[in-house]
Unconditional design. Structure first.
Length: 189
């Protein structure tokens, strides 16, 4: 009865050059449609093999990660999708995508959401996702093929509900975080 949060593998998306903040909209759309280029490490394969039930984000990088593992999701749900980056309508300056990714995520954490889901809304979605995973874990070990930010938000919600981390969520590709149920179930204390 564990919950495994796995981040997808390395996308086959090239992030060279310099872009404006406005051009990041196309960059993000291309990234969202990218597949995974690398194979999972052996540890990731071993952890994934313990899953009785597999769920995934509908984004192609999560789906192709499962293919690389030789697994198929029993359920695919946008509840587990990555949090979108807010965009800015700036045609200048042209800077590396890594700079914009960092700045836009910091702005999002600071409260700027533009037309995308806010930090608070993402936290609420992560709560729903954690609740769903907890419900599924009653049937056995659950593997979520997901994404960096959303997996971290889900992990935070699991810990709030007393789930114990054997391994914490990471931002690395193919990282796995493993959570075990509370020793004392909520409401029994």
């Amino acid at each position: 009865m564990t919950i495994i949060l796995m981040r997808h593998g390395k996308p086959d998306h090239v992030s060279d050059g310099r872009l404006s903040a406005l051009a990041m909209a196309d960059w993000c759309e291309t990234y969202d449609m990218s597949l995974v280029q690398d194979m999972p490490p052996e540890r990731c394969r071993q952890v994934a093999a313990t899953a009785d039930y597999v769920v995934a984000s509908p984004l192609p990088r999560a789906q192709s990660s499962l293919e690389k593992l030789g697994l198929q999701a029993a359920a695919v749900d946008p509840l587990f999708s990555e949090v979108s980056l807010p965009l800015m309508r700036l045609g200048y300056p042209n800077l590396p995508p890594a700079f914009w990714l960092f700045m836009l995520r910091i702005m999002w954490l600071g409260g700027y959401a533009g037309s995308v889901e806010s930090y608070r809304q993402a936290q609420q979605r992560a709560q729903l996702a954690a609740d769903r995973l907890i419900e599924l874990a009653k049937q056995g070990n659950v593997l979520l093929a997901g994404h960096g930010i959303m997996n971290k938000l889900i992990a935070r919600q699991l810990r709030k509900q007393g789930w114990l981390a054997e391994k914490h969520a990471s931002s690395r590709y193919w990282s796995t975080a493993i959570y075990h149920p509370p020793l004392i179930p909520p409401g029994d204390s």
